[in-house]
Design a protein around this ligand. Structure first.
Ligand code: G1P
Length: 294
């Protein structure tokens, strides 16, 4: 387990998943599978591997299947037991093992900052993690734990990767001097309009955060920002102005599984990371590249 100073995390899972429609018309995007585990289970396992044992999932209308996924399913377990399907039984039993799950709802789609704010009563003044399940992180060390290793009282930490300037308007963009993988962020802006960012590459914030409990007071006082939504980035921009925000160039890869191409890449990558699937999948990819026959 990674060194960690946080035991709580919020997982916002209230978004509509419009980029994957119609697949997400009924099935929450967080339950789309990456091979045999739904996307949100990847975030949950990363949190647990980072030392978090208390998880608050922020859902919305139509997302109650998420809570079902993290509940025990005794009928299914008995069936698998009777059929002596031991591997499957273990896979089902171990879902979310090691954490307590709590749920709250975001009644209106007022933005990521507003979703995180729904965790105020549960989290209190403790530092906590935030994991956006659309951003699947694959690294040799859990990414949230890599951020938590930089936690200091009253300081917030965000995950960052370099992106080409042309893509900067899709992300929260941090500026400051990156040194030995850590930046003291001087400015942070949510989805700057094209042409506003002058550095290439630019440091984009990816969906992992370690926040101090004081951030809730900042979020509660924010006016709507980009897209008319309450933005987590705007609360963190205030921390940056106070010299209390770090961006960490984490070790690992990130896949945006809320996006169709990102989803395909993540499935392929996940397959290549699995010793039982990798040989057959890489053979298949090679064959596919070498001929147009199936
Ligand atoms: C959110 C954040 C943005 C961040 C991005 C990473 O945006 O607001 O700052 O760069 O996640 O995936 P969203 O993708 O939810 O619009």
């Amino acid at each position: 387990m990674a060194a960690s100073t946080i035991t709580r995390a919020v997982i916002p899972a209230a978004g509509a998943g419009t980029r994957l429609l119609p697949a997400t018309k009924v099935v929450p995007k967080e339950l789309m599978p990456l091979i045999d585990r739904p996307v949100i289970q990847w975030a949950v396992e990363e949190a647990i591997a980072s030392g978090v044992n208390d998880l608050l999932i922020v859902t919305s209308r139509g997302k109650s299947l998420i809570a079902d996924h993290f509940d025990r399913h005794e009928e299914l377990e008995h069936l698998l037991e009777r059929r002596q399907k031991e591997r499957e039984l273990e896979a089902v039993r171990s879902v979310g093992e090691g954490a307590r799950f709590h749920y709250t709802r975001q009644a209106e789609p007022l933005g990521l900052g507003h979703a995180v704010l729904q965790g105020a009563a549960h989290i209190g003044h403790h530092p906590f993690g935030v994991l956006l399940p659309d951003d699947v992180m694959v690294g040799s060390q859990p990414v949230l734990g890599q951020l938590a290793a930089h936690l200091q009282p009253g300081v917030c930490v965000v995950a960052a990767i370099p992106v080409p300037r042309a893509e900067a308007s899709r992300y929260g963009i941090a500026s400051g001097r990156m040194q030995d993988g850590v930046m003291q962020v001087e400015h942070l802006v949510e989805k700057p309009p094209p042409g506003k960012v002058t550095t290439d590459p630019a440091w984009a914030v990816m969906g992992r955060y370690v926040l101090d409990g004081g951030i809730f007071d900042v979020l509660a006082g924010l006016p709507p920002g980009a897209g008319g939504e309450i933005q987590l980035t705007d609360a963190l921009a205030e921390r940056a102005r106070e010299g209390r925000l770090l961006a960490v160039a984490f070790e690992g890869r990130r896949y945006d599984v809320g996006d169709q191409l990102g989803y395909v890449k993540a499935v392929v990558r996940a397959a290549l990371d699995r010793p039982d699937l990798a040989p057959a999948v890489s053979r298949y990819l090679r064959d596919l590249m070498e001929s147009d026959r199936w």
